[in-house]
Structures are given as structure tokens and as C-alpha cells.
Design a protein around this ligand. Structure first.
Ligand SMILES: Cc1cc2nc3c(=O)[nH]c(=O)nc-3n(C[C@H](O)[C@H](O)[C@H](O)COP(=O)(O)OP(=O)(O)OC[C@H]3O[C@@H](n4cnc5c(N)ncnc54)[C@H](O)[C@@H]3O)c2cc1C
Length: 488
């Protein structure tokens, strides 16, 4: 009897060890092989987040003082006009299609223009376009305030964010343009113009989501909100039921946040999803802003899913597990919005992470999911992640991606930087864009320029007029980038 017990215990310990040993070894291996500081950009060249756009540009050092920098940009624009030089504008360069670059042109690095001022009502933040959300959030936090709409990470500049008209997890909300009261724009003549819904209204609508083609946004008046506490809860669902599950679980949640994650393991590709929501709670105590928790572990689990189906399964199990143990925990709005992309971004030489996003009408979610389930497994691509976000109709931006309520499917792929991998990615991107168009949807423009011109016009029928208007405002085509050069 004693002998059998011992054997049973030994067997149990071996199983336990095997159960723990494989993931532990896998994660340790990922951790030790995770590279840091791998920039290979040559001197005099600049790249963007794709790592596939190395371009020789002229970068002129810009003044640190905001007023002086604005004056310097005005002079630069006038001079470039005379010399027929081209100008591109760069925030944090997280766009991926050379949107901040034009070969042999001048690149304006906006990062010094980062002043911030909250008005006496506390509702409007005036912010230099080069400021990053990672600078804005701590500034607002000290004053009990928070950003209304931004991306899911804090690594982006305000100018870059309004110029792509970003959106995030803020549920039942239009993209960021809805929170912009006004901005100052330096146009192709070097004039500093106030743009709002009532002053230079056409430029307001064109420059928001205008990819730097109508001038340099110097500073922005952004509506902000109170920093409040939120309670997390989540629900596991079948992805095919996304729409009804979202309506039942999140519904018309006001001022809340929510996102969905879809399983991308080979065996159960896109079958399950987890919807996570953050509900506004009535709490007088606001937790202070602190460094994010378990960042190294979370990064290791995430990076382990690149090029490994085992890693993807492990990550999905970890996500399901953590979604259970985290239920009911509370976070401040600023804490939720204050995480950088370094928590997950690729640093491995020879590889890059490439984002896609498709905006799909509510009624067509199942059709899009079904189509994606056929396209991606048939392609030689490594899909790491799909998150789903809800975006309400945008009535402010000319080149809008959300003319009515849509759900954004954000897909993150890990890709080798060689030409074979690029060809495969072009193919799959074009298939996904066709699928999105068939679902009466659109694709997001700040990423790779893989859409054909025909696809762009189908997805954005007013793009032709957008480019005509660009030439009206900027006849010399002073403001340029690779996106414009491809689609104009
Ligand atoms: C890892 C990752 C996660 C992302 N997550 C999200 C997300 O959750 N939601 C979302 O909507 N998007 C997301 N994006 C896309 C992101 O919002 C855009 O790429 C955004 O432009 C990044 O800001 P940036 O400061 O890096 O802009 P940049 O890449 O520097 O610039 C983007 C465009 O804006 C123009 N621009 C920049 N500053 C100015 C200015 N001052 N005046 C005029 N034009 C200007 C540039 O010329 C360019 O055309 C993500 C991208 C990455 C890489």
C-alpha cells in the first residue's frame, strides 16, 4: 500500500514537472533570446516602425523653444517653396508605409514641440504636436485629468495621432477627431492658420486624418476628461457570436473601454474570443500612476508566440487564465492608457512586426471572420494577435474610415524583412482588403502601402477628391510622403 502511494506520488510529481518544465523552459529560452537595441539604420537614413522603409532624408535640427520652432518651420517652408524642395513630417514614426518620409526631402522631426497647457476650466488641453502620449498622460494625471481618445499605447505623438485620426479601446466613441476643438496649421505658403469646425473648416476636416499632406500641425486644442477609476471584467465567447456577445456584454456602456482578443492558434484559429471591458466606477480615491505590472513576463509570453504555435497556445491559455484572475480589479483611466509599445514590439534583427486593421460594419462581422479564417491559414504568414475595437461614426474627417459604426480588427503579424516574406504579405494584405471591401468595410491607411490604387479607391471613394484638394491647397506638392507618392 505504502509502495503504491509512493509510486503514485512520484508519477504525480513527474507529470507536474513535465507540465511546468516545458512552458518554463520555453519562456526562459524566449527571454534569453529576446534582443534589445537592434537598430541597423545607416547614418543619414531614417526608417519607420516597419523597419522596411530606410530612406535618405535631410533632417534639420529644430529649435527647442516652441515659438521659435514654429517660426523656424515657417521660414523652412518658405525656403523649401523657393528651392522646390519637398517636406515630410514625423511624429514618433510609428506609421509603416513611409508616411513620414520622402526620398531626398526634408524631414521635420516634431518632437521638440511638446509644450502642454490646461485651460482654466480643466477641459481643454493645448498641446504641441510633437508631444507623446507618454508625456501627456503624466501631465494630465497630476491635474486629475485624462485623454478622451487615443491609441491603445502611449508611444505616439499628438500630431501623428490626429493626422491618422486614431482610435483606441474607448468604447462607443468616434475616433480622436471628435475630441479636437481646434489646431494651428502651418500651410504650404508658410501661414499659421487657426482651424476649427467654424474657422478654416475645410482644412480642419482635411488635415485631421490628412497624413501630413495639408501642412504642419503645430499644436492642438484637445478636449480632455476626468481621470476616473474603472473595474475590469471579461467574458469568453465564440468569435462567430462577436456581435451579439458584444451587444449583451458591453452594449451602450458610457465612457467605458473595451476590446476583444481572438484566438490565433493553428488548431482553433479564430474560434474563441475574450471580450474585456472596463466599467466606470464611482470611486473618490484615484490610484496614482505607476509602472505597468509584469511587463517583462507579459513581453516574454507575447514574443514567445512569434514563429511558434506552442507559444501561441501558451499565450492564449495565459490570456484566458489572467482574464479570470484579474476580474473585478480596478485601474485609473490614465493607468489603462499609459503603456508603451515596448511591452510587445519586435526587436529581433531580420524580422519586423507589421500591423493591419480592417473596419467592418456591425452586420458583417461574421462574414469578415469567416473570410479571414480561410485567407490567413492558407498563407505563409505568422499572425500573432487579433484585437477588436468598437468605433462610432466619425463626422469630422474628410478621409474617414468610420462613416458609420464599425468594428476595427487589428492584426499584428511577425514578418521576415526579406523580399519573399514581403511578397507573401502583399498577397495576403490584398486578399484581406478585398474581403473588407466585400463586407462594405475599409482598411486603415497608416500601415504598409500594399493596397492597389484600385483597392484604395474602392475602400475610400472620396480619395480622388482628397488628392485634388491637396493639390488645390498645396499646388507645388511641397508636403510629400511615400503614401502620397503611391496613391496620388
Ligand atoms: C505598435 C502600434 C500600435 C498601434 N496602435 C494603434 C491603435 O491602437 N489605434 C490606432 O488608431 N492606431 C494605432 N497605430 C497606428 C498609429 O496610430 C499611427 O501610426 C500614428 O500615426 C502613430 O503616431 P506617430 O506619432 O508615430 O505618427 P507618425 O508615424 O510620425 O506620423 C503619421 C502621419 O502623421 C503625419 N504627421 C505627424 N505629425 C504631424 C504634424 N505635426 N502635422 C502634420 N502631420 C503630421 C505624418 O506626416 C504621417 O503622415 C499603431 C501603430 C503601431 C506601430
Amino acid at each position: 500500500m505504502k509502495h503504491t502511494l509512493k509510486k503514485g506520488l512520484l508519477f504525480f510529481l513527474i507529470i507536474l514537472l513535465l507540465f511546468i518544465a516545458r512552458p518554463a523552459f520555453f519562456l526562459l529560452n524566449t527571454y534569453y533570446n529576446d534582443k534589445h537595441n537592434t537598430s541597423t539604420t545607416r547614418q543619414g537614413y531614417i526608417n519607420d516602425a516597419s523597419r522596411l522603409n530606410e530612406t535618405k532624408v535631410e533632417e534639420i535640427p529644430l529649435k527647442k523653444d516652441s515659438a521659435e520652432m514654429i517660426q523656424q518651420i515657417i521660414e523652412l517652408i518658405k525656403q523649401a517653396g523657393k528651392e522646390n524642395k519637398k517636406i515630410s513630417i514625423a511624429g514618433a514614426r510609428h506609421s509603416m508605409g513611409g508616411h513620414t518620409l520622402t526620398a531626398a526631402g526634408i524631414m521635420l522631426n516634431m518632437s521638440n514641440l511638446n509644450f502642454m497647457k490646461l485651460d482654466s476650466t480643466g477641459d481643454i488641453l493645448t498641446v504641441g504636436a510633437g508631444a507623446l502620449w507618454s508625456q501627456v498622460i503624466p501631465f494630465l494625471d497630476k491635474q486629475g485629468k485624462s485623454v478622451l481618445v487615443m491609441q491603445s499605447n502611449n508611444s505616439f505623438s499628438v500630431g501623428g495621432s490626429v493626422s491618422v485620426n486614431c482610435h483606441g479601446w474607448q468604447v462607443n466613441s468616434p475616433p480622436i477627431a471628435a475630441t479636437v476643438e481646434s489646431f494651428r496649421l502651418i500651410d504650404a505658403k508658410g501661414q499659421l492658420l487657426n482651424c476649427s469646425r467654424t474657422e478654416n473648416a475645410a482644412l480642419f476636416s482635411l488635415a485631421l486624418g490628412g497624413y501630413g499632406l495639408f501642412g504642419v500641425i503645430a499644436d492642438v486644442n484637445l478636449r480632455v476628461t476626468d481621470n476616473k477609476m474603472y473595474k475590469i471584467s471579461s467574458k469568453k465567447i465564440l468569435s462567430k457570436d462577436y456581435r451579439s456577445a458584444f451587444d449583451a456584454f458591453v452594449g451602450k456602456e458610457k465612457n467605458g473601454m473595451a476590446y476583444g482578443r481572438i484566438n490565433v492558434t493553428k488548431q482553433n484559429f479564430m474560434e474563441e474570443a475574450i471580450i474585456t471591458k472596463f466599467t466606470l466606477i464611482d470611486s473618490k480615491t484615484i490610484k496614482p500612476l505607476e509602472a505597468g505590472s509584469f511587463q517583462k513576463l507579459r513581453r516574454t509570453v507575447f514574443r514567445g508566440s512569434a514563429k511558434s504555435d506552442y507559444g501561441k497556445k501558451l499565450r492564449w491559455s495565459a490570456e484566458k487564465f489572467s482574464s479570470k484572475i484579474i476580474q473585478g480589479k480596478t485601474f485609473s483611466r490614465n493607468q489603462l492608457q499609459n503603456e508603451g509599445v515596448e511591452v510587445f514590439e519586435n526587436t529581433q534583427p531580420g524580422y519586423t512586426d507589421i500591423l493591419h486593421e480592417y473596419f467592418i460594419l456591425k452586420d458583417n462581422l461574421s462574414k469578415f471572420i469567416e473570410g479571414t479564417r480561410k485567407i490567413i491559414p492558407a498563407a505563409k504568414v505568422d499572425l500573432l494577435n487579433i484585437t477588436v475595437r468598437n468605433v462610432k461614426a466619425d463626422t469630422d474627417v474628410y478621409l474617414a474610415y468610420a462613416n458609420e459604426e464599425v468594428f476595427g480588427f487589428v492584426m499584428l503579424f511577425n514578418q521576415a524583412t526579406d523580399s519573399l516574406a514581403e511578397k507573401e504579405m502583399i498577397l495576403v494584405t490584398q486578399q484581406l482588403i478585398d474581403l473588407a471591401i466585400n463586407c462594405k468595410g475599409k482598411y486603415y491607411l497608416p500601415y504598409r502601402l500594399h493596397a492597389t490604387k484600385d483597392q484604395m479607391i474602392k475602400a475610400y471613394p472620396n480619395a480622388k477628391d482628397f488628392f485634388i484638394l491637396k493639390k488645390n491647397y498645396d499646388p507645388q506638392e511641397l508636403f510629400q510622403n511615400k503614401f502620397y507618392q503611391k496613391y496620388k
